[in-house]
Design a protein around this ligand. Structure first.
Ligand code: PGA
Ligand code: ZN
Length: 423
């Protein structure tokens, strides 16, 4: 049972405060976890509680930390940490709002995840095996960012994530090898063009491009420069993050100087699917455009993966209510505020025939919980950001350790985990 809970303020990859929680069990086992934070957040996400005011741009988390230490700690003491549902139910009850607006999802999630770590430590198991049992052996197919964009790069380009996927790799380690070469080649191409300008929030190269399509062309060139074959070996995944530049059926692509209707946006993306080796498109339309999502998925969902992030906010109910609007869901635990609610969405995704992708946020830390969730929940895919910066590499490196620990039992998820709609 939980004996003691303590939270403190620590700092994330953007230099902003965030919540870390420690959970101590009566038997002596301890667990620790840190809440991440998004920048291009969906409006339906659970609340990332910030203090406002002038300190640290209003991003301080003293209230959320105090909510753990003054309210949550007392309420969860005595609960069996191995009963994650009971713990999370208590957190949900204690908060009493749909989106954790009283205590903050950053407060509840840090405790929810720290308790899972403590429970795993109590039985001496790595978290992925504690969550998934002895059968948890599928290593996720990663989506890895090469160029940042959108809200993560000062809106320098409209599209948020230009990523690669390596479904033809033999294992996770090889997928990283290939990605490392592509990331390097992309940097070299920018350097040769005289446009190398550092990295964006998630570690992808800063997108000094004249158009969104120039970023796509450069990505294909980087795959080839790395000695790899687009389509056969390496595909492209985009997070369009269209909620950031579209609303009420109007989409403003600032870099391209275009304002498109929903139909125009669908046509633009269909053109890209025809010209580039695209395997996956996330938030191709805005979160207020469910009809557009349905139309897009009807048109393209039998050929590519269509991912709902801002649209679905890891919410089982929204997933049910919008069935058919996508064929894959991003799972971000801080969009809900507890592991149990996020796992609910993972279960409903199975019912609805959706693929699942465990995902980091743009504001991250050294916390590697999501690597374990991806294996323990058998998500099939993992999205962490780019191939640089410690908070990203910590997760990729943890997955290498998990793959090694599983040895011959490990099997790397290939193409079959990609979301596909029935024709
Ligand atoms: P965020 O970006 O963490 O800023 O929301 C990640 C994403 O949109 O997938
Ligand atoms: Zn997204």
């Amino acid at each position: 049972a939980i004996a003691y809970v303590h939270a403190r303020r620590v700092w994330d990859s953007r230099g902003r405060p965030t919540v870390e929680a420690d959970v101590l069990l009566e038997g002596g086992a301890v667990g620790r976890a840190i809440a991440p934070a998004g920048a291009s957040t969906g409006s339906g996400e659970a609340l990332d509680l910030r203090d406002g005011g002038t300190a640290f741009g209003g991003y301080d988390v003293r209230k959320a930390v105090a909510n753990v230490n003054d309210v949550i700690a007392r309420a969860v003491t005595g609960i069996d940490a191995a009963n994650q549902e009971a713990l999370d139910e208590r957190l949900i009850e204690l908060d009493g709002t749909r989106n954790k607006t009283r205590l903050g999802a950053n407060a509840t999630l840090a405790v929810s995840m720290a308790a899972a770590h403590a429970a795993a430590a109590a039985v001496g198991e790595p978290l992925y095996r504690y969550l998934g049992g002895a059968d948890a052996a599928r290593i996720p197919l990663p989506q890895i960012q090469i160029f940042g964009g959108g809200a993560h790069a000062g809106r320098r380009v409209d599209i948020q994530d230009f990523m690669v996927m390596c479904p033809a790799a033999e294992n996770f380690a090889q997928a990283l090898d290939w990605t490392a070469e592509i990331y390097r080649a992309a940097g070299t191409l920018l350097q040769e063009a005289g446009t190398l300008a550092g990295v964006a929030d998630e570690g992808g190269w800063w997108p000094s491009f004249a158009s969104n399509e120039q970023a796509l062309d450069t990505l294909v060139a980087a795959i080839e420069r790395a000695g790899l074959r687009p389509v056969e070996q390496v595909g492209i995944a985009l997070d369009v993050a269209a909620s950031d530049f579209g609303r009420n059926g109007r989409y403003k692509l600032a870099l391209d100087g275009k304002e498109l209707s929903t139909d125009g946006m669908i046509e633009l993306l269909a053109g890209w699917i025809g010209r580039y080796p695209i395997l996956s498109l996330e938030d191709p339309l805005a979160e207020d455009d469910t009809a557009g999502f349905l139309a897009f998925t009807r048109a393209a969902g039998n050929r590519i993966q269509v991912v709902g992030d801002d649209l679905l906010v890891s919410d089982a109910d929204r997933l049910r209510d919008t069935a058919g609007a996508a064929n894959a869901i991003l799972l971000k635990p801080n969009q809900r505020g507890t592991l149990t609610e996020t796992l609910d969405a993972r279960r409903v995704a199975d019912e609805c025939g959706y693929a699942t992708i465990v995902s980091a946020r743009s504001g991250e830390t050294e916390d590697v919980t999501i690597a374990h969730l991806a294996v323990g929940w058998d998500a099939g895919q993992l999205k962490v950001g780019s191939f640089s910066r410690g908070e990203r590499m910590a997760k990729w490196n943890e997955m290498l350790r998990i793959e090694e620990a599983l040895g011959g039992k490990a099997h790397f998820a290939g193409r079959s985990v990609l979301g596909r709609s029935p024709p």
